[in-house]
Design a protein around this ligand. Structure first.
Ligand code: SF4
Ligand code: SF4
Length: 179
């Protein structure tokens, strides 16, 4: 038994055994290094990236300034300043909308809280900046992200659900109610 151990020590048996495993992996697998940014890994389907504000297909903003996203956000990222729609006193919109993306956890709670699907999570992740003040986004910047990330837009809610819209007394040009 002792002679066997001596022979193993003298011939670097354990070392050769380890090298055999290393060499077998080296020859069997192709390199997996990705040459970012020229190559990119595919993102998972449910990837949660940069947030965006969305519009309907007629260019009107979806946000109704209800503040629910602000209330739902655990990191106090969002600040909404809402106001009445001029000439339509029962309707509101977000006059100003800010997101401090340095604080965002990308949890998606704001998206879930929004009653009109005005917020969306894009698949954008390349948002490294030298000055973190560039990550304090205003409404126009968030709408621009939404424009490029979600080119296909929904119809206004009044046109998606005409029977429900019949009760929306504030809407000026209601679609015909389905009989
Ligand atoms: S994703 Fe989460 S942390 Fe980020 S703004 Fe929405 S609720 Fe706040
Ligand atoms: S984004 Fe949605 S939840 Fe937030 S204020 Fe606008 S309508 Fe309300």
């Amino acid at each position: 038994m002792k002679i066997k151990e001596w022979i193993k020590t003298l011939t670097f048996y354990e070392l050769l055994l380890g090298m055999k495993t290393t060499m077998s992996h080296l020859l069997r697998y192709k390199p997996i290094t990705i040459q970012y940014p020229h190559e990119k890994k595919p993102l998972p389907e449910n990837y949660r990236g940069m947030l965006a504000l969305l519009k309907y297909d007629d260019e009107t903003e979806k946000c109704v300034g209800c503040d629910l996203c602000e209330a739902a956000c655990p990191s106090r990222v969002i600040r909404v300043v809402s106001a009445e729609v001029p000439g339509e006193p029962t309707k509101r919109y977000s006059k100003e909308y800010y997101m401090d993306m340095t604080r965002c956890l990308f949890c998606g709670l704001c998206v879930q809280a929004c009653p009109v699907d005005a917020l969306g999570m894009t698949r954008e992740f390349e948002w490294a900046v030298y000055d973190k003040r560039n990550l304090h986004l205003n409404k126009q910047q968030l709408l621009a992200i939404g424009d490029r990330a979600f080119p296909v837009r929904e119809k206004r809610i009044e046109f998606q659900h005409p029977n429900v819209a019949h009760f929306n007394v504030a809407f000026q040009s209601l679609p015909q109610k389905e009989s």
